[in-house]
Design a protein. Sequence first.
Length: 302
Amino acid sequence: MQNDVGDRTTDSHHSARRKARRFEHIVLLAALTAAVAMLTYFWWSSRQPQRPIAPAVPPPPVIASAPAQAPPAPTPVVKYPIEPASAPAAAAEGVPPLDESDLVLARHLEALLGRDGFAQLRMTGFVRHLVATVDNLARSHAPAYMWPVNPAAGRFDVQSRDGQTFISLDNGLRYTPLVLLAESVDIDQLAALYRSLYPLFQQAYEELGYPGRYFNDRLVEVIDHLLAAPEPSGPVAVELVTVQGPVQLARPWVHYTFADPQLESLSAGQKIMVRVGLVNERRLKARLASVRAAIISKDSSR
């Protein structure tokens, strides 16, 4: 019985060894198969044409968009362009620098106005004073120290009647020299001088604070404004400005205001037109209309 047991033990041992060998054979066969497959793959890959490796393409650069720019300011429309005169008075000399223009203008204005008329002008900074005064005439205040001409001689003359104060009818005589000067000027020659030296007036106007705007347009606009000044048919009532306190006015006659609120609300230029008297006002308007026609025509040598 023991032999039977030993034989069975021996058989079991041999059977286990056979199974182990069979497993080893299977593992070895699988390893060989895998090795052959890998060798075959590498051999096949080595015989294929090699494709070049494309370089990495960098992303397109980020370009910052330019900020939106405001549209350019529209070019101002020139209503009354200055055309060169056919025989400009100062063409031979050319246009001097603005700061050096007084002597050039003095020579031409004295020839144009005569010695007596020229004596009524203020020639220091003439172009700048003229441009500033033209611009101010259509506003509420036109300071006398900026005028290119000397103020009228004498004092503002008034008369009283029935408890009211009126501008004296004789007050207009103070302005007669200026009116005669305006009527004596050859408008065509004056316009020719203005045209030939126009860059000076334009520069002074821009320096005044109007870049890109056209002085001749402003001049025509102001002339039209003065031509529209009212023409009172009767005596014009005025009132003396009342000053409270111990301080007295040194020249009270320059501090009168119009009693009529509508007249008092006029611009500085229209107040001057009313103050000079009806006869002088109409004579000045006639000259202003002639100047207007000359500076908007294409040829001032008509």
